[in-house]
Design a protein around this ligand. Structure first.
Ligand code: ADP
Length: 301
């Protein structure tokens, strides 16, 4: 099978592992720099150009589109979908997961546990927003943040108010969220591949840090998750329509709450912590599923 991987950095651990796993199974995998793709979007016959040439036939495409290039990357992926190439995750599903607000609204609609989360545009409503989120301590998050950057813990309503005002002054959108103190600086990431949880790890923040992101010095270890956590992860993946994703959850007193669903989960931390060949499982899933014109959306939606 011929597989294209849309990725910018071919040397990243996850990208190398996926390439290796595909080649070990006798497939061909080309890493294509998403930003170097270009296309005539008005053509009736959808095609993608790369390095001065029209791209040839691919059976499947693995989108590893960085958050900072979501807009362009999804346009390229839609083009592949219109050509009938099977995507590991569909463009619409990635689009849902990249928008924190939209994904939380969809998860809430499907009854999936979430931290109490509020959002407002107008700075005049700060007091109401704080009250609606349950009052301090509160977590304030940039809507567009990743890797824990732009996630702030405010211990008092007064500090929450100043943080909100500072973010507003910078003209960025924010979410104000209940702080799940009982999670103790630890979160759970469950990796879903094709409707199954194939691995789970617990990430714990560095000493004195409430954010458990590995990029922020957190550490990871393998854990056994509860049936409720497993079903929450699967329902979250289904709700957003992702075949492969990392579902980040916190253990709240009242059960698991989903923080975020990542459509291109990094493999290094989780393969390191669990010793599992997740890249291999992803390729096996892709190869089993990839049939010409099997994508549901064909670039629509
Ligand atoms: P990012 O998408 O930038 O990684 P997250 O929303 O995942 O941001 O938050 C980063 C980290 O902060 C999480 O992994 C978690 O450890 C911690 N965290 C985020 N939200 C909460 C919350 N509501 N309560 C407790 N801890 C939180």
């Amino acid at each position: 099978m011929k597989i294209a991987m849309l990725a910018r950095n071919p040397d990243l651990y996850s990208h190398q592992r996926l390439k290796q796993a595909a080649e070990d199974r006798g497939h061909e995998l080309d890493i294509i720099n998403t930003l170097r793709c270009y296309m005539n979007i008005a053509s009736r016959r959808p095609e993608v150009y790369y390095n001065g040439e029209k791209l040839g036939h691919y059976d499947a495409v693995i989108p590893r589109i960085g958050a900072s290039i979501t807009f362009y990357g999804l346009a390229v992926l839609r083009q592949f979908e219109m050509m009938g190439v099977y995507p590991l995750n569909e463009s619409v599903a990635i689009g849902r997961s990249r928008d924190k607000l939209r994904s939380m609204q969809l998860l809430a609609r499907d009854g999936i546990g979430l931290p109490v989360t509020t959002f407002a545009h107008d700075a005049k409503q700060t007091e109401e927003i704080l009250a609606l989120a349950g009052g301090a301590p509160l977590v304030i998050k940039l809507l567009e943040g990743t890797q824990g950057i732009g996630v702030v813990l405010a211990d008092t309503n007064r500090s929450a108010k100043s943080v909100i005002e500072a973010f507003r002054g910078a003209n960025v959108n924010i979410l104000v969220q209940e702080f799940i103190k009982e999670a103790g600086g630890t979160d759970i990431r469950a990796i879903v591949v094709g409707g199954k949880v194939v691995a789970a790890m617990q990430r714990t923040g560095a000493e004195g840090e409430f954010r458990s992101n590995l990029h922020r010095g957190g550490t990871a270890k393998t854990i056994k998750i509860s049936p409720e956590e497993r079903s929450t992860a699967l329902r979250a993946a289904k709700s957003l329509g992702l075949n492969v994703c990392g579902v980040d959850m916190l253990r709240a007193n009242h059960g698991p709450v989903v923080m975020e669903v990542n459509s291109s989960p990094g493999l290094e931390g989780v393969e390191g912590a669990t010793g599992l060949d997740i890249a291999g499982m992803i390729i096996d899933f892709l190869v089993a599923k990839a049939k010409p014109h099997a994508t549901k959306t064909k670039g629509k939606g």
